[in-house]
Design a protein around this ligand. Sequence first.
Ligand code: EPU
Length: 416
Amino acid sequence: MLLKMKRVRDLHGDITVSGAKNSAIPILCAAMLAEDAVTLKHIPDISDIHTLLDIIESIGFSFTFEANTLKIHPAKKINTTITHDNVKKMRGSYYIMGTLLALKHRVKMATSGGCDLGYRPINFHLDGFKRMGAVVEEKGSYLFLHAKKLKPTTIDLDFPSVGATINLMLACVKTKGMTVLNNCAKEPEIVDVANFLNQMGASIEGAGSEQIIIQGVERLHGTTYEIMSDRIEAGTYLILGALLHGATIRGINPQHLMSLIQLLKSSGYPIYYNDDKIMIEHPANTKPFQVVIGTYPGFPTDLGQPLSVLGTQIQGLSQIKETIFTKRIAHIQELNKMGAQLYIHEGTIVIEGKNKLKPSTLYAHDLRGGAALVMAASLCKSYSIIENIDVFLRGYEKPIEKLASFGIEAYLIDQK
Ligand code: EPU
């Protein structure tokens, strides 16, 4: 699919943030643990969710999904051998491992895929499962995880991995006794997943801190839960507002975006917030930024690529040091095609601003890199074309409508 787009008006964007992709994905998996139906609200209608729902259906669960509300019904029979090709389309399908280990003590599935951000192992997940007593076997392109019984234990993560923290929380939530997870990731999505599990009857303490303590429970019951708003979508449109004529971003907890808010403020952007809204205005003067990407509450890796576009519009040298996914750089050559000047110096992305970007035909290599290209093309008053825009649609709901509120005219063109 292609995206054809240009800026036709100068508008202060005004958007309401959708539900968080990286919270919805594990929460959909966690919903399979309930003995009754679960209703989830504020689920983003994006392709990653549909990809995951196809897998969940192949496991035996049924669902309805309408107007961002998803109802999942328990399975009559659970299939623990997952052959669905969709597993390879998204990284987050790895949460099925923890979920089915908890439910059936076995799962056979291909290793998950997702954006190509360099080498993305799942050794922390697998080491944790092993510590809980699971046997991990490689069978061709499949992983086979099984355990007679899962045992409570203490797991010290080598790195505060978001995926491993959540996957281990899922795996041990029904394991009798106390499991302690140390060196956990603290991202808000982890708190959201823990809150959801607790609302289903789980006993999880400490989510959002370095140590999470889980007392296993026998059963989890159905519930209705509204998932958090997407801080990465909010941050993307906030940066777009900084690039264009300001923005009001509604339905977002500003505390989840403090690292970005501070960066924009110190670069000269007037920015205001209250409990659930952030506003940004066009600045009189701007200053280049230097940022090191890190784990929460540090600057999020998922906003590094969108932020690089802002650097192209600020006079001087801005710098982004990526420490989580160091190969998240495929957008650089595309932005340079438009006249930007980005290069890598000793592992840091350096952006030499300011440059007028020219409309171009671009290729989206990955989700957040695709978002960066959409933002760059928003600066141009003639049409740009972004090929392989499907990767962007994996994580951004209703982008055509949201971009329109910034004065951008955009069409999706299906090449089939
Ligand atoms: N890592 C390992 N071994 C593991 C797990 C991670 O070496 O077993 C490394 C990774 O290679 C990476 C670092 O540890 O260098 C952090 O990875 P983490 O596990 O925290 O990331 P993830 O679970 O793979 C999730 C999001 C990403 C987001 C990161 C960091 C989902 C489905 N994915 O990935 O989201 O960038 O956390 O916040 O939740 C995106 O939305 O565009 C995206 C890539």
